[in-house]
Design a protein around this ligand. Structure first.
Ligand code: ZN
Length: 367
């Protein structure tokens, strides 16, 4: 069966909807075409020239990169930087490049799920739950069609709240209408006032499902003019956002925790703030650059904050309230290659998917 770049993108965006990405990010298809037939896939954290050569060598015509190969807008494409050279070579060799980045970080099934499994964490919520991820639909349906419309909305993904599904609020009332001479009213006659007993159905849904929900509504609702309202709501889904808060199965002292972390995540070295003699049980974590999360982790009363790219003065912010731990940027994200490969292997059993064998960490350790 033929698989197009579009099919792969669709599955990846089910795992990590585009709407979850940070506004500064540059995700999705960066080079190539959604209608290209996929032969083999190469997954990398960083798209360097060495990784690009690997894709040629392995005959992969779709590269999935975690970090965007193009981050800022460019005004010329002359090959001055490695990113430009990769893009030029990709165009010449008919290779598509797809980026899945902060949207994977923010997905409950994404970056932090893998690390949580490694550390055997019970995840409670995201450290920075994202705003604007929930919408609400209100529609008015003739009573004899209310089951059909409600079920169709549920099947499209509406009505899911945490551990509950098929949630809705319904009440009956009367709708009135009078169509003009061009109308084709489902009940009554055109140019005649009509009152119909209707059910008002209210459901919430994830913002990224908006098109699917509207499609389901329009297909199942019998009226020529479908009455509906869509609202942005302020409620926050605690399972979407950057970083996580979670708990270790058993508390440990700081030294044992650092050893545990190093072994579980296969780390060469760890930078950390002064040990303060507290037991470690509650963990805050942001994979990648996360120094902006120190204050939030303290506010959440986490015992440790794990992330990367801390500056010298960041470690002072511990104030003996929290243990700040820098495990390295690459080291905190390196498992994403495996996460994406496992995901795609299950979805596309006949498309070979490779993790890049190139160690792209630009930071080296002399110890
Ligand atoms: Zn990163």
């Amino acid at each position: 069966m033929e698989v197009l770049v579009r099919d792969i993108a669709e599955e990846l965006e089910n795992l990590a909807p585009r709407e979850y990405a940070e506004s500064y990010d540059n995700i999705g298809l960066i080079v190539g075409s959604y209608f290209q037939k996929v032969k083999k896939i190469l997954i990398t954290l960083d798209l360097t020239e060495d990784v690009f050569s690997e894709s040629i060598h392995k005959n992969c015509n779709l590269i999935i990169s975690f970090h965007p190969v193009l981050f800022k807008s460019i005004k010329s494409l002359t090959g001055n930087t490695f990113s430009e050279r990769v893009v030029i070579s990709a165009l010449k060799n008919d290779i598509s490049i797809y980026v899945i980045h902060t949207n994977l970080d923010a997905s409950w099934q994404g970056t932090h799920s893998y690390i949580s499994k490694l550390l055997q964490l019970n995840r409670e919520k995201s450290l920075f739950p994202k705003n604007g991820t929930i919408k609400k639909l209100t529609t008015y349906v003739p009573i004899s069609y209310s089951d059909k419309v409600r079920n169709s909305l549920f099947n499209a993904g509406a009505g899911k709240i945490s551990n509950y599904s098929r949630c809705s609020y319904n009440f009956d009332g009367f709708g009135s209408f009078m169509g003009n001479e061009k109308s084709k009213p489902f009940f009554g006659k055109k140019e005649h006032f009509h009152m119909e007993k209707e059910t008002c159905i209210n459901v919430v849904f994830s913002s990224h499902k908006l098109n699917l929900i509207k499609e389901a509504l329009f297909k199942s609702h019998p009226y020529e003019e479908v009455p509906y309202e869509i609202y942005n709501i302020e409620n926050i889904n605690p399972y979407i956002g950057i970083g996580i808060i979670g708990f270790l199965i058993e508390e440990m002292n700081e030294y044992d925790f650092l050893l545990y972390l190093r072994n579980r995540m296969n780390l060469l070295c760890i930078r950390h703030s002064i040990l303060i003699g507290k037991k470690i049980k509650k963990i805050a974590m942001i994979a990648g650059s996360g120094s902006f999360g120190i204050e939030k982790a303290i506010k959440e009363k986490a015992h440790v904050f794990i992330s990367s790219d801390f500056k010298y003065h960041d470690f002072f912010k511990s104030e003996k309230k929290i243990l700040i731990v820098d495990i390295g940027h690459y080291e905190s994200e390196k498992f994403n290659k495996n996460l994406l490969k496992s995901f795609l292997d299950k979805k596309f059993t006949h498309i070979p998917v490779y993790e890049s064998e190139i160690h792209t960490n630009p930071v080296k350790y002399f110890y």
